[in-house]
Design a protein around this ligand. Sequence first.
Ligand code: FES
Length: 684
Amino acid sequence: MSPRQESETKRGEAEATPRALVVFTPSGRRGRVARGTSVLDAARRLGVDLDSVCGGRGICGRCQVTVSEGEHAKHGIMCTGAALTPPTPTEEAYAADRGLAEGRRLGCTALVGEDVVIDVPQESQVYRQVVRKEADARSIAVDPVVRLYFVEVEPPQLASPRSDLARLLDALEREWDLHELSIDPVALRNLQHDLRAEPAWSVTVAVHDGSTITAIWPEFHDAAYGIAFDVGSTTVAGHLCDLHTGNVLASAGEMNPQIRFGEDLMSRVSYVMLNAGSEKELTRVVRGCVAKLTAELCREAGVERTDVLELTFVGNPVMHHLLLGIDPTELGGAPFALALDTGLRLHASELGLPVNPGARAYVLPCIAGHVGADTAGVILAEAPHLSDEVTLVVDVGTNAEIVLGNRERLLAASSPTGPAFEGAQISSGQRAAPGAIERVRIDPETLESRVRVIGCDAWSDEPGFADVRVTGICGSGIVEAIAELHLAGVIATDGTIDGSLAGRSGRIVRDGRTYAYVLQAGEPELRVTQNDVRQIQLAKGALHAGCMLLMERYGIDRVPRIRLAGAFGTHIDPVHALVLGLVPDCEPEHVTSAGNAAGTGARIALVDRSARTEIEEVVRRVEKVETAVEPRFQEHFVNAMAIPHDVDPYLRLGAQVALPRRWTATVTTDRAARRRRAAERRAS
Ligand code: FES
């Protein structure tokens, strides 16, 4: 007897019996159903979210529920395990084959016998929330745009010559209430073969957006995955997710191979301007990188590429255009016109990706010529548009994307920070990788340093550090080093390294016409040079000025909450970021890490279809601020070059951290140092 027949027989037996009260938790939905009704049917009748792919055949295991045994005074129910009928042979077979946790029942085979309280666990709900680990982070709703449906299709008959597709659509309508579906030609190609593959006349179909059949598998198939990509100018990262659970199964990143055409975005745009037709090559290499990552992610997660049905992309405007094969030349100069500023839906095959031929891709919308789909991803992940509190979100890369606002109003801009925060243009700089100094402490008395490097938890003055090879300083390391040197009185408000201290500490050494601080002696010797400090000042000045422009436009002079996003933003210490003046003054406890918010936004758009409508609506009302043409940018920039700031006293930070008085290192030459030492001798 088939599982359906089993259920129908039992239902028939129970038809004349009185109705039982069924209460579902956590939804709280309740109602009376005929005894003998399956839990799955009861859930559907009462509008309870209980998943199913196999349509109640006891195959998929998505409909698992638990009886909440005990007295439920609120509902007037004394509930025992006997409230549901005992497991059927189908359920027992499922438990033997795939395992069923203690107390779990298959909702499609378990029938209601008595009044009962039934708990629907998270994983059995179609629409569920994935709680993110980071504090302050919004949960991710799981409601993928593509869903799988198992159906049994009537075999063809001479007497009623309906096509295979017509009978498949009939079955989907009958069993799943899906109407007016169309089919992608790539899925149609194998339809006849798939329907006749043994055991014949049962297939699983993938339906995209409730309207189009995009893939078909013979028999029951229960695997649907998606990949969220963050296409950055330096790194391309992908996260492979289970579309059923929303969980990330594998993550991987690759250097963007376009780097050989230019280190930063504008140099790549210049390359395209100077070399007619070269945009095709840039498109080819970035798509090749995405394809390589796709294969790598599938391999790592043990997933068939043909089970990847959905892809999402975020990226800055230049990356966005190049990925889509659009010439980015217009983004190279004012008025920085985007080719499009809406989300884009396309076939993944148009990007040449090795996934299911019917897979779809969704590219999040760009906001403005310098504010890309990566910022749209940041907005989705951080959701400032859903909050009453005004939040400043800063995603720091070679361009800093800045978002400010709340549910009333949202502003966005980008600021040209350059590559210094990624360790480039820093004398001992390197990318964040094992061996790079990421944490720095300077003793204000001795001016001695302690460091910690990526890949080792011990500080350099601890025993566990003995064999660690230090290779360079990454972005967060250089920020901490400069902030600590400022707190220790080595670097002045104007950013000058005070050479007069050379006599006090051997770590301050002459470096041409200026001075440097030796962060790490030995081989390799790692220094913080005057030029390093200048590069960081320029970068942070641009970032801070962008923040100030947005605050000014918004009409506030303080932000209550700051979120630091991106690889650099995630690793930077909030106190050091404030000491340096990277962001406007704020209570240090209200400056927190947002993780890889752009990538998270791509992941949200991947697993939650409604997030796509949401971000497109939000992007339409974002006020764009073009920093390049704002007359006040230069003034803010000059003020923000000082550490932490030339005008703002940083009182909120100062309430918790002893900031040095404002000072200028006037003694930087040998002659001046000699004069000062002589004065000191005289005084002593
Ligand atoms: Fe598939 Fe119950 S609905 S096992």
